[in-house]
Design a protein around this ligand. Structure first.
Ligand SMILES: [Zn+2]
Length: 406
């Protein structure tokens, strides 16, 4: 007992027990007193309580042990520990459920508030309070004299016959003024009705529904998830170099001159609307044979992309060239090109367009839409010829509706 007590007492500071552990790389003390520990290290997170260590159970995470390069990991694991009984799927379901509950609640609250505001505004507008339908009928009844004529028929006599004839004559004499009077009221009525303009609210409704369609928890169309592959046997394609840049963009070039094709790692969904952007770069070589387009699934590893459904910066051997806006998107054979092109694709509508980005000054579309076959599978693809040139995939996304830029 005495022996044990002696062991737990510091030799230098007998008033203190050796109840701590110090685990520094070049400074390991399996038992140490607090005063010694303070002298030996400035890093107090390397000091662990002896009791803490002894009683650490299966679920216990130390705040600085074992040594790691990233100190945040201890905290992260400690926080995750709380949820150790839930599967990853359950955590996702909970997060997604909470998201939708909050979204619905906030949208409903906002809409209820707006609806009430519009209602109280409406009550204050006097024009809307009058019963326009009634005054309309009053004027019509007056102009038509239908009750006068009715009365004359009811008390039918020789006299009423003359009077009816006179009234009808009058109607023809006043045909112009009566028409104008009714037209005037009609246009006033229309003007009031038109004060309620549903065009913008309906546009906003469409936009909101479109935005909701874009909610995606796994970002499948993010450029970070996109990969490009080499055509397996089309001419020089195996000389392609495909690398991911730091900003996630994908740079494609080749080591020898020759025709090459590279295609995306997924098949385009005909019902989705895709936006795809690439940067085209040439150096002093003016053979600006840089191609983007779509390639059929069965052609991707053995056929060319030029003369198919494609855009070519050189301006020839291409089909997406019907000018929709401005001038040609391509600049022709030219050295030192450095430009970005946006391509929009909606296969179900046989729509494929290109424009210079971000200005959209020039827009061109596929000349013969029948080139897009209905029951065929397509992939995004690019083509190159000069080893000095580069195509950089900068963006890919799907949208519910294309904006009006193109
Ligand atoms: Zn000590």
């Amino acid at each position: 007992m005495d022996q044990e007590k002696k062991q737990s007492q510091c030799n230098i500071h007998p008033n203190f027990n050796n109840n701590l552990l110090l685990f520094e790389e070049t400074n390991v003390h399996t038992r140490i007193c607090p005063v010694c520990a303070k002298k030996l290290t400035k890093k107090f997170n390397k000091v662990i309580d002896h009791v803490e260590f002894l009683y650490a159970d299966q679920n216990y995470i130390f705040s600085s042990f074992p040594p790691l390069e990233d100190e945040n990991i201890y905290d992260i694991i400690q926080n995750l520990q709380i949820k150790k009984d839930s599967s990853v799927q359950e955590i996702f379901i909970e997060k997604i459920n909470n998201y939708f509950i909050t979204l619905k609640k906030e949208i409903n609250q906002k809409l209820d508030l707006l609806q009430n505001e519009v209602k109280s505004k409406l009550i204050k507008i006097e024009d809307f309070n009058q019963n326009q339908g009634n005054s309309f009928l009053d004027i019509y009844n007056e102009i038509s004299s239908k009750f006068d004529i009715q009365k004359l028929y009811n008390e039918y006599s020789q006299n009423s016959d003359t009077r009816i004839k006179e009234i009808i004559q009058e109607k023809y004499q006043n045909i112009k003024s009566n028409t104008e009077k009714l037209q005037k009221y009609l246009s006033e009525y229309q003007a009031i009705i038109n004060k309620i303009n549903l065009k913008t609210p309906i546009e906003i409704q469409q936009k909101i529904l479109g935005l909701i369609d874009q909610i995606d928890f796994f970002q499948n169309n993010d450029i970070g998830n996109l990969e490009f592959e080499k055509s397996k046997s089309f001419q020089s394609s195996q000389s392609l170099q495909i690398q991911r840049l730091q900003n996630k963009q994908i740079q494609i070039n080749q080591t020898i001159d020759g025709n090459c094709v590279s295609y995306a790692d997924f098949i385009l969904d005909p019902n989705k609307k895709y936006i795809f952007r690439v940067r085209l770069q040439t150096n002093l070589n003016s053979n600006s044979f840089l191609i983007l387009g779509i390639i059929q699934e069965q052609d991707k590893d053995n056929k060319e992309l030029y003369n198919k459904i494609n855009y070519n910066e050189r301006g020839d051997m291409m089909t997406i060239k019907k000018i929709v806006k401005g001038n040609n998107v391509f600049e022709g054979s030219k050295a030192n090109i450095d430009k970005e092109i946006e391509m929009r694709i909606h296969l179900a509508q046989k729509m494929i367009k290109v424009a210079n980005y971000p200005n959209y000054e020039n827009v061109a579309e596929l000349e013969n839409k029948e080139l897009i076959l209905q029951n065929s599978q397509y992939r995004l693809a690019v083509g190159l010829y000069q080893s000095a040139h580069k195509i950089i995939i900068t963006h890919i996304s799907t949208v519910a509706e294309f904006d009006q830029n193109m």
